[in-house]
Design a binder for this molecule. Sequence first.
Ligand SMILES: Nc1ncnc2c1ncn2[C@@H]1O[C@H](COP(=O)(O)OS(=O)(=O)O)[C@@H](OP(=O)(O)O)[C@H]1O
Ligand SMILES: [Mg+2]
Ligand SMILES: [Mg+2]
Ligand SMILES: [Mg+2]
Length: 381
Amino acid sequence: MDGMYAQELEVAVKAVHMACSLCQRVQRRLVSAAAAENHVLSKDDDSPVTIADWGVQAIVSWLLSESFGSQNVSIVAEEDIHALSNSSSEKLLSSVVEIVNECLDEASKFGLQKPNKVIRSSEVLEAIGRCNATGGPHGRFWVLDPVDGTLGFVRGNQYAVGLALIEEGQVVIGVLGCPNYPLNKELLSYHHQPYHNSKLPSGSYDLWEKGCVMFARRGSRKAWMQPLAHQDMQVEWPYEAKLISVSSVHDPAMATFCEPVEKANSNQSFTAELAHTVGLRKQPLRVYSMVKYAAIARGDAEVFMKFARCGYKEKIWDHAAGVVIVHEAGGVVTDAGGRPLDFSRGIFLEGLDRGIVVCCGSILHEKIIGAVYASWDSSNL
Ligand SMILES: Nc1ncnc2c1ncn2[C@@H]1O[C@H](COP(=O)(O)OS(=O)(=O)O)[C@@H](OP(=O)(O)O)[C@H]1O
Ligand SMILES: [Mg+2]
Ligand SMILES: [Mg+2]
Ligand SMILES: [Mg+2]
């Protein structure tokens, strides 16, 4: 990790590894219905939030502040402390504090310094609440989605931790933790049973079998993947990193496209029409979270399309890390008008033309953008 942003990238990768470890602990506990009740809440818009969302936001914010000084760190992130700070949420907050300390205790596993004392609830709240930057065109800020695909997470399925650094409106580094990403791509659409791992005798599974962290630096033309450390496995930091790159498939008939699982999050009949128009023949791969970007970057799928319903504004933390990783792995990411996504206008991807189109290469990309023009008028978006 030499060159520009080397230190930022190193800290971000370590922080995402630790965040993934936190998520894995929580996901294992969610298996018990009784625990799930205390660990999953609904937000005002009815979307779920869990102790993992707050725990990851706290831990990443805390680690970034420790590494760069809190006065130098500005973070735009999804969660806030509202639901955690009222008097009825004491138990919830103590679960978050407990999991944060449990994970920080293992800091050395990820090449990080363990704190010399226990982190108190006020510090956890402070770390979460500090992530209230609003982005914009100037300066430097981090963008964090502590758990992307929270729905997938609570269902024991795919989810991601996304961390990116934006400078002068451009995403300069991206790190994506995908704890359930299978090495065997056929298993991407498989319903994961996360707790199965814990039943395996230690050492009987391959380090690369499931779970990875992907990362890239803008302009490097390289994207990397590291395995996650599995429970009970003694692996020394730094972990081995492999180069990844997009698929070389350009024939639509051979290509796989992925899209959100939830019908509410993308117009699946419109994407089916686009797929048909350009000659994509395979069944769509429906995957939760930015794991869809990971699948493109790793060459496990060729196209990702998301057309949110009219009026929904995409947020920068749902895309920043994925976009730079796909781009450096050789892929193309634009809106449906063919323009790059604009991360310089606050927390939303303002000005996004209709939807997001991610492809392994320009041939497929041009076909899809062309099909959007042809289909748009007849669509009911
Ligand atoms: N109505 C609507 N339309 C589009 N997108 C929405 C919508 N509501 C929420 N979100 C955001 O979608 C994030 C999850 O997107 P996915 O592509 O992973 O969708 S899906 O979970 O596979 O269905 C999800 O991220 P997380 O909240 O981090 O899970 C939301 O930020
Ligand atoms: Mg998200
Ligand atoms: Mg989220
Ligand atoms: Mg959410």
